[in-house]
Ligand binder design. Sequence first.
Ligand code: CAA
Length: 265
Amino acid sequence: MTQLDELEFDNVQIDQHGPIAVLTINRPRALNALNADTLSEIAQAVNMIIEDAEVGALIITGSGEKAFVAGADISEFGDLEGVYDGRELALAGQDVMHQISSLPIPVIAAINGYALGGGLELALACDVRVASTGARLGLPETGLGLIPGFGGTQRLPRLIGTGRALDLILTARQVRADEALGMGLVNYVADNALTKAREVAEAMLKNAPIAVSLVKEAVRRGMDTTLEGGLEIEADLFGMTVATKDFREGVDAFLNKRPAEFQGE
Ligand code: CAA
């Protein structure tokens, strides 16, 4: 089978170290902006990563010192001619973000610089966000006569609340990493976002993979329903964890005061 890090793409790169795959958006000359080819390569790369049973966590980052991703590629906007072109672009970006947010393994954004527009929307599709001290985050679309189209109007208010989200989107301002941390937009700030993201991934990888995956499902499905409906989802998925070997292992390890060894079964 082809090793993940042997796959060749023009605009993304995959590196794999044990159970952690790192997907790097690699167009530094355009600050890693998401053109159509890059979006399509991200989708292909994510499909390949998820088929590799060895991968238990994914980190998404940007190449170079300056940018995570500076948004959708504005140089391609000249080709957009009307309502349907715009809608198609938004749906294409939303599909990729949805693919990422639905992955059964933890996905961490290592925000190593500018995360603007579609770049912040990519980070919002991840489970956890780590920003480098110098990162800048924002949704500048209204300044271009657009609205965020890769999920920003929906995921941002769900993450940080309607008032804060509207402030960020309507002012189109960039926030620094420390402010982003204060408003819950990122989970961690570190000198080196990728190093910290690896630490976070390692911590997640110590836990039972099926439980980790079902937590993601419970949270994701629960966000789209009532509290009552969400609690039912939680009870069902809790029931599924009780049927796993890893649950037996976790309890036995605790009772025998030893570290658990989970098999993902
Ligand atoms: N699309 C295409 N090219 C981009 C880009 C983008 N989003 N962002 C930066 N670039 C290119 C620049 O055109 C420039 O290319 P050249 O060297 O060929 O001129 C190169 O990257 C370096 O950028 P700058 O010279 O502008 O660097 P800077 O340090 O002066 O500024 C910046 C950095 C503040 C991030 C600035 O580049 C910027 O404002 N970029 C655009 C950010 C933006 O508006 N993003 C939202 C896009 S719309 C969107 O994402 C819609 C959606 O919801 C899906």
